[in-house]
Design a protein around this ligand. Structure first.
Ligand code: SF4
Length: 335
């Protein structure tokens, strides 16, 4: 199986004890069954603490409840006691996988570091990127996947060429076309000019109107996130509340546009192929665009660094399946 990952993965290095927002904070760590069995065999004082720290949630899954907002095995020096005492293999599967999202498709697997990790966010949003940073998957026997992969390549190029929201309008227009093709799918008859999304001015028609709609949608989404979504950290709650009481931007940093473009490319890479599971091309595209618009609105209205907001958004929304699903339902009502 071919495994694809953005080229910056090769430069990823965990910040360890100096991480400003460790993955061992705020999240309750799920412990997979094999690791639970292993912990039942660990001898001595650490084994007893491991077993007494385990709890079971309403779905019957084991996890470590937080202690003062952190994993109980996070040392004061910011390192993992289990890793240090028993080795990395003794940590739970989610800990070993983090910060990577792993998506398996027919014919290839994609591995992408999460924006929620400060070290990954630095690579995704700040460090220089090569033009082909996000790899193009090989042709797939699944025609819908093939269509989406080609669409994603075009969308990534549009995001790199045009400022948000023109890139958003172009990508949305292409997504509508792809939705029609997907709804009436004839694998032998896909004649779509993917380059047009980059070059054809007609794709930007209605960009202003779309920008207005996206701004209004973002306002409703901020309310939705504050009242209906699961909130992990008080910082995110406070930022949402400030953003909702401050409808005008208080700060637009000159460097932001580049980071916004890069966040858009990240979310495109992460989510544009997801309709292969449900056929919802437009819905997932709006999810991607709205994710970026929400980060921009919260950053601008609270005067907070966009990078910080994008990281928090990833931690609060992208990592929470229930929040992602809730946002998709919110969007399906809205458009
Ligand atoms: S969030 Fe990233 S950099 Fe920080 S401890 Fe976790 S993997 Fe390392």
């Amino acid at each position: 199986m071919k495994i694809l990952y953005p080229d910056y993965c090769q430069r990823f290095s965990c910040l360890g004890g100096s991480c400003p927002d460790s993955c061992c904070k705020a999240w309750e760590i799920c412990i997979d069954p094999d690791t639970v069995s292993f912990y039942h065999g660990v001898k001595g004082e650490l084994g007893e603490r491991l077993r007494s720290a385990l709890a079971v949630d309403e779905d019957g899954d084991a996890y470590f409840p937080l202690v003062k907002g952190c994993c109980p095995f996070l040392d004061p020096d910011g390192l993992c006691e289990i890793h240090r005492s028993l080795g990395e293999a003794a940590t739970s599967g989610v800990c070993r996988q983090f910060p990577y999202f792993i998506e398996e498709y027919e014919g290839f697997t994609e591995k992408c570091p999460s924006l929620s990790c400060p070290a990954a966010a630095e690579l995704v949003l700040t460090e220089p990127l090569t033009e082909d940073v996000y790899p193009v998957p090989p042709g797939s026997p699944d025609p819908l996947l093939d269509l989406l992969a080609r669409g994603r390549t075009a969308a990534l190029a549009a995001a790199a060429r045009y400022d948000f929201p023109e890139s958003a309008a172009r990508i949305r227009a292409m997504a509508r076309d792809l939705q029609e093709i997907a709804d009436d799918f004839d694998p032998g008859n896909v004649a779509y000019d993917f380059d047009a999304v980059l070059t054809d001015a007609a794709y930007a028609d209605g960009a202003e109107e779309f920008a207005r709609w996206l701004t209004e949608l973002t306002e409703r989404c901020l309310n939705f996130l504050r009242t209906d979504a699961e909130i992990l950290t008080e910082e995110w709650r406070g930022l949402l509340e400030t953003a909702l009481t401050q409808p005008e931007p208080v700060a637009v940093l000159p460097t932001e546009q580049k980071a916004v473009e890069r966040a858009l490319r990240y979310f495109l890479y992460r989510c544009f192929l997801k309709p292969v599971n449900d056929g919802e091309v437009v819905l997932w595209t709006l999810f991607i665009l709205l994710s970026v618009a929400v980060c921009v609105a919260v950053a601008d209205r609270t005067g907070t660094d966009f990078r910080r907001i994008a990281r928090l958004y990833s931690k609060e929304i992208e990592h929470d399946t229930e929040n992602v699903e809730a946002l998709l339902v919110f969007l399906s009502v809205e458009f």
